[in-house]
Design a protein around this ligand. Structure first.
Ligand code: AMP
Ligand code: TRP
Length: 344
């Protein structure tokens, strides 16, 4: 059965939006607007799976919203909202908690990483996180999900949940006139030279909000001086840049910087190496600073302007939530009928 094509993705309001979020996710969100109906969500309910200071959570929710808009997402043509304003996410997540199996969730590497050694002390929310994520996507019956490489496993779980729901309730789905399947199999969109941006200090570690060293990442709100300093201090090796992509193998730091350059310039690594092959890192880094400042500077400035206008941001979120809720409510009604919940 053919589902209406729709894009959904989410970003957690947990502070320090960085170049990895921007290149791995937000630039993709922007590009998809021309060809799809898109829903972009600030996932505040996912954020509280680990402790968040309430005032910071509010501030970060507005900051992610500002980043979406500053990067070029149009909240009038598409939908931008925060998750907690549409209760159907949590409602469907409960149904999915009863569809997903413990064994599936036990395999999630993000849970293992985030829970660390003290697993007994992790929240139940952190464990059930992928089930809420599946609900985020499927409450809109979204078909395409742009994310960074680190979310691939969660997307596969969302597909498994959709399939098991469709199978378990096949008779009821058919009986209620929804044909063979109620939920689509959402497709991950993970493409381009920067699906996994690495730390500037260690090319084998993912660039992350939670790295204690601010030098490991470029934040979207960094000014030109900070960007320049961080790029200049970025770890490299002693060799000049290779002329071909094969030469980046076993050189994680070089590979990362070339990937960042390629993504910012909207080309591929091969093109970047055609230009910079044989160059020393000093020259390449100078070019990378210029490119980064040119691309990120205006976005950071616009973000700062927007976060000062919290009335505007909150209005965007409320308006987006109203439009999201209209779609979600209709699908939730159908799920209730399919599951056999009595409703008015
Ligand atoms: P989060 O803020 O953890 O909700 O992540 C938001 C989006 O950014 C997700 O699609 C992630 O896959 C993506 N992302 C986070 N870190 C990176 C990274 N280092 N490289 C590429 N994408 C990333
Ligand atoms: N788990 C995602 C992350 O940490 C955020 C997220 C929540 C998401 N719900 C989603 C991404 C739905 C895509 C679709 O990056």
């Amino acid at each position: 059965m053919a589902f209406k094509e729709r894009v959904f993705s989410g970003v957690q309001p947990t502070g320090n939006l960085h170049l990895g979020n921007y290149l791995g996710a937000i630039t993709k969100f922007v590009a998809l607007q021309d060809n799809y109906d898109c829903i972009y969500c600030v996932v505040d309910m996912h954020a509280i799976t680990v402790w968040q200071d309430p005032a910071e959570l509010t501030r970060n929710t507005r900051e992610v919203t500002a980043a979406f808009i500053a990067a070029g997402i149009d909240p009038k043509k598409h939908i931008v909202f925060n998750q907690s304003q549409v209760a159907e996410h949590a409602e469907l997540a409960w149904v999915f908690n009863c569809v997903a199996r413990m064994g599936w969730l036990n395999r999630m590497t993000q849970f293992k990483e985030k829970a660390g050694k003290d697993r007994e002390n992790a929240s139940i929310g952190l464990y059930a996180y992928p089930s809420l994520m599946a609900a985020d996507i499927l409450i809109y019956r979204a078909t395409h999900v742009p994310v960074g490489e680190d979310q691939k496993q969660h997307l596969e779980l969302a597909r498994d949940i959709a399939q098991k729901f469709n199978n378990d309730y096949a008779k009821s789905i058919e009986a209620h006139g929804f044909g063979e399947a109620f939920f689509p199999q959402p497709e991950p969109l993970i493409q381009g030279p920067a699906t996994r941006v690495m730390s500037l200090r260690d090319g084998t570690k993912k660039m992350s909000k939670s790295d204690p060293s601010d030098y490991s990442r470029i934040n979207l709100t960094d000014d030109a001086d900070a960007i320049a300093q961080k790029v200049r201090k970025a770890k490299t090796d002693a060799e000049p840049l290779p002329g071909e992509e094969k030469g980046l193998e076993a050189r994680p730091e070089a590979d990362n910087l070339v990937g960042i350059y390629a993504a910012l310039a909207d080309t591929g690594k091969a093109d970047v190496l055609r230009e910079f092959g044989g160059a020393q890192f000093s020259a390449f880094k100078a070019a990378l600073v210029d490119l980064s400042v040119a691309k990120l500077g205006p976005i950071g400035a616009e973000m700062k302007r927007l976060v000062n206008d919290s009335a505007y941001i909150d209005q965007v979120l409320a308006d987006g939530a109203d439009r999201a809720r209209a779609i979600a409510a209709e699908n939730m009604k159908a799920v209730k009928d399919i599951v056999g919940f009595v409703r008015r």
